[in-house]
Design a protein around this ligand. Sequence first.
Ligand code: F6P
Length: 325
Amino acid sequence: MAKINCIGILTSGGDAPGMNAAIRAVTRAAIANGFRVMAIYRGYEGLINDEIVEFTTENVSNIIQRGGTILKTARSREFETVEGRQKAYENMQKRGIDALVVIGGNGSLTGARIFAQEHDVPCIGLPGTIDNDLNGTDLTIGYDTTLNTIMECVDKIRDTATSHERIFFVEVMGRDAGFLAQNSALASGAECAIIPEDSTGADQLEQFIGRGIRKSKSSSIVIVSESPKCGAMYYAERVKQEYPEYDVRVSILGHLQRGGRPSACDRILASRLGVGAINAILEGQRNVMIGIRNDEVVYVPFTNAVKSNKELKKELINNLDVLSI
Ligand code: F6P
């Protein structure tokens, strides 16, 4: 295996709180171990367009507490093409970059897997996404902060929901995964979570209604996972049509969920995984995502990390049902 002297780092896909802490950790751990670090701006787009500068430890000073990503990010269509990846490879060679650390979610790590295979480039992934939908890791960078953000928003919505005795449908992000919806519902004491993982085939709204909303409560909060067809608006409209006696409102939290200062949990996770990425390179690992399982840093092959449908514990669904009576 060719000796690695210089490591490129980029953030890709949706930004997530804690990405800056990860950039800092990778940069400092790399420099501490004698590597040079090349920062690539705007994700794979920046690799294709040669937006690359060398980083010193000072470049990552005072960023651990900041949300977003100082490297900017993008969802690159061009990198999905053979020609785009060829350009990216040529720029890596021109810049003397021997290995790549990619911080991102499912799409970004899928891109890294294909790139690594096609050009025989060592790639290491860090799970950076608020969705928590990567396999092989208990947590992804950004998930905890977003969960807390949603919880704080729902706490506020609860005040007005209770005062007006309304049912609120609160839509949260997560793409195809219900981790944010299910766990924010548990954390905020919501009455119901409507999530894509509920595979019973039952109508989740009917189940909620069937449990007897308002028997003992004057208001309800239903957290709904985003979905192009069946988001919060869809369920709210249904209730309005089928149960006109209820006063219904919708709140779509949107991109505020991705912003803000990362929680301690995300900063620590990002720091551990960032150092883990450099350790993996020193150990000759390639094409793995660095994850956390049972509080241990683990290496997860890209193919396992990005396979679809990370399991959401049934216990969480049962708990919410029990606690929302
Ligand atoms: O993957 C992170 C995420 O925030 C998803 O939860 C959401 O579906 C998507 O990105 C939104 O993407 P964009 O910022 O491009 O609208």
